[in-house]
Ligand binder design. Structure first.
Ligand SMILES: NC(=O)c1ccc[n+]([C@@H]2O[C@H](COP(=O)([O-])OP(=O)(O)OC[C@H]3O[C@@H](n4cnc5c(N)ncnc54)[C@H](OP(=O)(O)O)[C@@H]3O)[C@@H](O)[C@H]2O)c1
Length: 430
């Protein structure tokens, strides 16, 4: 083992991820030392409540409730931010970078909203800002996309990047559970927060989509650029009809570049049941990339959780420590192109619609008329039931989103249609 001085890590946070990072650094210390070329030692830890025992084998005097003390400590070489949220994480990271200290973070919310500011500060100081843990937890994506695929041109990306919603949709699909029961089960198993809004409404996936799109297309995309719909509106009927049509419903983050513009969106979608992402079940994540040279590439694994995310954070700590020890820098911000974000009403895909309509002669003609007037062409239609509450299931050919939305409002105005129960995009089929 080397006699070199250790790289001294200051931790901001010691919750799920922070404690798992501390344990990995201890449990794998000898491998880490060989890979980094020196020991990595946690010398200071900021938490809200230092009196709480963390079970990470660090002496009590290393804990403090003042995170600035950690950042400012001249004995800290690297800052590892796993507090989460925007503030104080943002100010603390900026403070560390401006003092020339490299930062490792797993904070997707911060990067997806303030990435530019943070990377500018990192570049100005010539310090590393590494963030592998911020997208899809334990799945290596940031470094492979930035470095291993530096010679590649990524044209499209589709990802299941939220484990909670994938778990809920899996239970609904495989066990026929209603949405509420599946979500309650996810909460019992610790896959969903007590307030599941961020996951269920797609905010978490949108933040990750923004980060992935920024890396894939070399242009800054922020969370607010991402069109977003959650899964609360997905019904058992939708799942049943999807299966009959040969599809699976998943919450998907899409990012693509077309005519120099970036299109970014997160929404439930029907994808063909033989698509590689259809096989991603339970709370697992996967990102499917299409490279101009390599073709399809898929990254699959645990997208969250203490140990998987900590493994990604420790990987960054080793890379940053090597740079400190031997010189060199991580590839910094790669958002060197300016790209416009394509508005959603210019999006095109196939659509699935579920209508409740009365079963009378002439109804189909009226419904078809609403589609025809908006230049949306119907690929398939069938009816279930009859009388006053017949269900009409319709799949369109590829259509423009704006035209489809106009069709939906025209359908709602028809006296023969009592409800437009669902509208969902069908992707990857035509
Ligand atoms: N959990 C996951 O599966 C996962 C996956 C990928 C990325 N991430 C990201 O990793 C980060 C951390 O997540 P987590 O699940 O570990 O969160 P967590 O369990 O809530 O831990 C947060 C830690 O930060 C400390 N803290 C909060 N505010 C503080 C303040 N003002 N000053 C000092 N310490 C403060 C807390 O102290 P106390 O313990 O005393 O309250 C706690 O130790 C977040 O950015 C999250 O998005 C998490």
């Amino acid at each position: 083992m080397s006699e070199r001085a250790p790289i001294r890590v200051g931790m901001l946070g010691c919750g799920n991820i922070g404690a798992a990072v501390a344990r990995l650094l201890t449990d794998h210390s000898s491998d880490i030392e060989r890979r980094a070329g020196c020991r990595l030692e946690i010398v200071r830890v900021a938490v809200r409540n230092p009196a709480v025992e963390r079970g990470v084998g660090l002496p009590a005097d290393r804990f403090t409730a003042d995170p600035e003390e950690v950042v400012d400590d001249p004995g800290v070489d690297v800052v590892c931010e796993v507090i989460g949220g925007i503030e104080p994480a943002r100010s603390l990271i900026l403070r560390a970078l401006r003092a020339g200290k490299p930062v490792v973070t797993a904070n997707k919310e911060l990067l997806a909203n303030f990435g530019r500011e943070l990377f500018d500060a990192a570049d100005e100081a010539g310090a590393d800002l590494a963030f592998e843990g911020s997208v899809a937890g334990g799945i290596p994506l940031v470094r492979p996309m930035k470095e291993s695929l530096a010679g590649e041109r990524i044209v499209r990306l589709m990802g299941i990047v939220n484990g909670t919603t994938n778990y809920v949709l899996t239970r609904m699909t495989e066990d026929g559970m209603p949405f509420g029961d599946a979500l309650a089960q996810a909460q019992q198993l610790g896959y969903a927060e007590r307030d599941p809004t961020d996951d269920v409404e797609g905010f978490d996936a949108a933040a990750k989509c923004a980060i992935l799109a920024s890396i894939a297309f070399n242009a800054r995309v922020v969370a607010g650029d991402v069109y977003r719909e959650g899964i609360a509106g997905v019904s058992g009927e939708d799942i049943r009809f999807a299966r009959r049509l040969g599809y699976v419903i998943k919450l998907i983050a899409f990012a693509e570049v077309e005519d120099g513009e970036v299109a970014v969106r997160v929404h439930p979608a029907m994808i063909p049941s033989d698509h590689p992402l259809a096989a991603v079940r339970e709370n697992l994540n996967a990102v499917f990339l299409e490279g101009a040279a390599s073709g399809p590439l898929m990254f699959y694994g645990r997208g969250a959780g203490g140990a998987p995310t900590a493994a990604a954070v420790v990987g960054d700590l080793v890379a940053v420590a090597r740079n400190l020890r031997w010189g060199g820098r991580e590839m910094g911000c790669t958002c060197y192109e300016e790209r416009r974000v394509r508005p959603m009403d210019r999006h095109e895909s196939q659509y699935y619609l579920l209508l409740e309509a009365v079963d009378r002669p002439g109804v189909l003609a009226k419904v078809a008329g609403a589609f025809g007037e908006n230049q949306v062409s119907i690929k398939e239609v069938w009816q279930e039931g009859g009388g006053e509450e017949a269900l009409l299931v319709m799949i369109t050919h590829r259509a423009n989103e704006g035209a489809l939305q106009r069709t939906v409002s025209d359908l709602r105005a028809l006296d023969v249609v009592s409800a437009v129960k669902s509208v969902m995009r069908v992707e990857g089929a035509e």
